[in-house]
Ligand binder design. Structure first.
Ligand SMILES: NC(=O)C1=CN([C@@H]2O[C@H](COP(=O)(O)OP(=O)(O)OC[C@H]3O[C@@H](n4cnc5c(N)ncnc54)[C@H](OP(=O)(O)O)[C@@H]3O)[C@@H](O)[C@H]2O)C=CC1
Ligand SMILES: CC(C)(CO)C(=O)C(=O)O
Length: 318
């Protein structure tokens, strides 16, 4: 596929949007970045990536916009904002979309596509993307990339006439990221993959905030380590109740993988530290609601969610 033939828009250029957008632009794709608070810095100095995988990379100049009305119509729209912004972003996404565009949510959590779908025109394809990566912003326009980078895509809904056509679009998206040197695959079942990723995000994202700790501290303390394992088991139960039986050894594999990782602060920790809203609906409420509908109660996750709701409300009032 020729890089220049495809026009890509990044809606929300933070850690994730900045990382994947920069990699695509450096691979020759025509990438346009919508920014908010970091617009001036990025328009002036470009994007910088300090990557422990790819080395120090930069993109300058950047096709940066603070007003979506100035963006050209894009064939692919990568939504890199937090899930808490999706409803307000829907009209902006529709505004930046070329006819029949593919909208790809690069977000954690469950049911994020279901929440956004009714707010988008029916003519747009909607896909979900799961990012297996550790990135955060350290300054305006500066992204720190600690590890990994794989991005898997699944088709959710839109004008694709059948599952095979949806799968072909997910394949097309994965090919873009592979052209940018990244590991990327199409997934047959987006909801299944979202549940699987929650086995990691539900314990670590929330506990990093609640216990004010990175992954190393959480893993080294026997009490928090036990809690992580119990929370993972509850996610497995919730997933199974919803028809997604995950491999029995998956929690153990996630614990081992996290043991091998350098200390890491999940994205929810950064949100808390910056007094931004936490992604509690997507990462906690939606899985709890889905499990409850399927007849499963997940009391530890429920307790974690309530504690986080308290912390989130107080944190934003400050
Ligand atoms: N960081 C990571 O390693 C991983 C993150 N994820 C998931 O990826 C998603 C994105 O996370 P992350 O990149 O860390 O988040 P960031 O907070 O770094 O980035 C979000 C970006 O969206 C922008 N934004 C929000 N609203 C608007 C708007 N109305 N107009 C323009 N820009 C807007 C923000 O701008 P502003 O600065 O003005 O707020 C910010 O630049 C989340 O769902 C997260 O859970 C998944 C795997 C790993
Ligand atoms: C699992 C991990 C660490 C990387 O994919 C992640 O999802 C996150 O930080 O939100």
């Amino acid at each position: 596929m020729s890089g220049c033939a495809v026009r890509i828009g990044v809606i929300g250029t933070g850690a994730i949007g900045g990382f994947y957008g920069l990699m695509l632009a450096r691979a020759g794709f025509d990438v346009h970045f919508l920014l908010r608070s970091e617009y001036a810095a990025v328009a002036e100095r470009g994007l910088r990536l300090n990557s422990q995988v790819h080395g120090a990379l930069s993109l300058a100049p950047v096709q940066a916009y603070r007003d979506v009305a100035e963006m050209p119509p894009c064939d692919w729209l990568l939504v890199g904002a937090k899930t808490t912004s999706n409803a307000e972003l829907a009209p902006l996404i529709a505004r930046a979309a070329a006819p029949g565009a593919k909208v790809l949510l690069l977000q954690n959590g469950l049911a994020v596509e279901e929440q956004l779908r009714p707010l988008l025109p029916d003519s747009l394809h909607l896909l979900g993307g799961l990012c297996y990566i550790c990135v955060h912003r350290s300054a305006p326009g500066v992204i720190e990339h600690q590890a990994m980078g794989m991005l898997n895509l699944g088709y959710h809904s839109g004008p694709a006439p059948d599952a095979a056509a949806g799968r072909a679009l997910a394949d097309e998206g994965a090919a873009l990221f592979r052209d940018a040197g990244l590991d990327s695959n199409a997934m047959p079942d987006l909801e299944h993959a979202r549940w699987q990723k929650l086995v990691w995000n539900i314990p670590y994202n929330g506990l990093s905030v609640l216990l004010d700790s990175g992954t190393r501290g959480l893993m080294d303390n026997p009490a928090s380590r036990a809690l992580i394992a119990e929370l993972m088991d509850e996610v497995m139960l919730g997933a199974a109740a919803c028809g997604h039986v995950l491999p029995a050894g998956y929690p153990a594999a996630m614990l081992e993988a996290t043991d091998r990782m350098a200390d890491y602060l999940p994205s929810m920790y950064h949100d808390f530290a910056q007094h931004r809203p936490l992604e509690l609906q997507a990462i906690y409420a939606a899985p709890l609601e889905a499990a409850a509908r399927a007849g499963a109660r997940l009391p530890r996750i429920e307790m974690l969610q309530r504690a986080l709701s308290f912390i989130d409300a107080r944190n934003q009032a400050r």
